[in-house]
Design a protein around this ligand. Sequence first.
Ligand SMILES: [Ca+2]
Ligand SMILES: [Ca+2]
Length: 185
Amino acid sequence: MKRVFSVAAMAVLLLTFAGPASAAPIARESFEAGFGPWVPDTDGRAPTSSVTLSTDQAYDGVRSVRIFMDGRKDDGTSWVEAQFVGPPMRQVRVNLSFQLWSPGSGAAGGWLVVGFAGTGDPEVETDFTRIGYTDVVAGWRPYQAGWTFRTDATGRFRVALGTSVIWEVQKAHHIDAVRVDLVTV
Ligand SMILES: [Ca+2]
Ligand SMILES: [Ca+2]
């Protein structure tokens, strides 16, 4: 799957905003050709962290995004974020869904799965919503969350998803099959 952003797609998307309540998928990313609109970011609290493209695991195709952190200092949040343009000065709902791969199962070793959607730029752990835990199962598991907020005059907003350290271990998770839907309300 390729990201759907193009000038033509944007024109169609903007037209759909004219109606009353409408839903439109604004991003579908499998990371097969790169990060697409997504950009790695971290709060820098883990001694070592990386957010990279990887062929170690994949839910769709052969690639995913690998998020690694050394959690032995009991701190650190890392993620990918993307900026989108919606209708200005409107109440919108952003629905996010994705697959996340965990190395093991059981409560020990589980970290937080975190997400964000809004007009700001997520930079620290407290900017994020806790949307679940890693390592509920070994392997891939779906996660989803939604946010309702009002856009500003530019219509720009960001969406982000990642992990946050709880247990003091070093490990990597993978994300793939990310989908973002925008609902104007
Ligand atoms: Ca993929
Ligand atoms: Ca950021």
